[in-house]
Write a new protein. Structure first.
Length: 90
């Protein structure tokens, strides 16, 4: 069965049982709408301050032995990626 055939088969089964799209109640919709607004406002705020954030990050002194420290974190928690270990350090 090809992808389109599978989708058609599933959709036909769903329609046969009268299943329709689910829309949550007002409380869930309001909560989720507020979450979307928080994300939107956060993005807008970050965009307005992006240059200052980049300058601050560039000016922050990093330890000269960063590689050694990342390796130490990984030796304690080898399940981490190097990026996760680095994030723990900064």
């Amino acid at each position: 069965m090809q992808s389109r055939q599978l989708v058609d088969f599933v959709e036909a089964g769903i329609a046969a049982y009268g299943i329709t799209k689910v829309v949550p109640d007002d409380d869930v919709l309001e909560s989720h709408a507020r979450h979307h607004l928080e994300s939107k406002f956060s993005s807008e705020l970050l965009a307005r301050h992006a240059a200052a954030i980049a300058e601050r990050a560039a000016a922050t002194k990093l330890p000269p032995d960063l590689l050694v420290r990342v390796v130490e974190v990984l030796s304690v928690d080898p399940a981490l990626s190097w990026d996760q270990a680095l994030a723990r350090l900064v």
